[in-house]
Design a protein around this ligand. Sequence first.
Ligand SMILES: Nc1ccn([C@@H]2O[C@H](COP(=O)(O)OP(=O)(O)OP(=O)(O)O)[C@@H](O)[C@H]2O)c(=O)n1
Ligand SMILES: C[C@](O)(CO)[C@H](O)COP(=O)(O)O
Length: 241
Amino acid sequence: MNEDRDVTASRAGRGDVAVLVPAAGRGERLGPGLPKALRELAGSPLLVHAVRRLAQADCVGHVVVAVPAGAVDSVSALLTPVLAGTGVGLGLVVGGAERQQSVALALAAVPGGYPIILVHDAARAFAPPELVDRVAAAVRAGSDAVIPVLPVVDTIKQVDPDGAVTGTVDRSVLRAVQTPQGFRRTVLAAAHAVDTDGGATDDAGLVERLGGRVTTVPGAESALKITRPFDLQVAALLVDP
Ligand SMILES: Nc1ccn([C@@H]2O[C@H](COP(=O)(O)OP(=O)(O)OP(=O)(O)O)[C@@H](O)[C@H]2O)c(=O)n1
Ligand SMILES: C[C@](O)(CO)[C@H](O)COP(=O)(O)O
């Protein structure tokens, strides 16, 4: 049975950006419980926190969420009130086994009229709207693919299989990569069409494999990925009072 759904139609003119939200992961590193995107922080699921912030970015006209199997109805009930009155359209698809597949499925459900696509992890539920607008603006200004990055603050070592240090990496050329990642729609579609093996850990990696140019903008500390239990404690500090 195909559970995919267009919940609301977006209003023309609100924004030129559609955001794909992969939210179909299990959250194994967070420990047992509901799928991670549906776990609550301060009374709301992480997915609600994430979509609420996306809708606060003026550039966003449509959101497509890739949800765990069987969760279309419950997510629809959660997100419809969040987006009511914002003019942001909502589509829901059932995600795939890997993040890359979830993104591809969401991409296929984006209506026409959105030349810029952002991909944003539900697990980065507290990414600020300013970051969303910053990434979209960089694509609008001419970049094919844009990622938000932060400098690496730790010293980074290479180790052998026994854990013995084999070298120290020059961290000045390294960056930690966040989402939302932004793309010209045609570029993201081409990257996903060519590369379907599920091996890329981010969407910019698919563009890199195609030989495309990926540029960077400053990231945001609050866009941390909630992966392990400690991250949830940090994220609790970011909830609006
Ligand atoms: N098959 C998958 C796997 C992941 N994701 C989404 O991709 C984002 C980044 O993945 P991650 O934080 O690693 O989430 P999980 O895969 O759920 O985490 P874990 O590896 O701990 O199970 C999350 O919003 C997650 O819901 C997805 O949509 N579909
Ligand atoms: C896309 C991402 O959030 C960028 O940092 C990250 O690569 C996701 O990785 P994960 O291993 O699926 O958590």
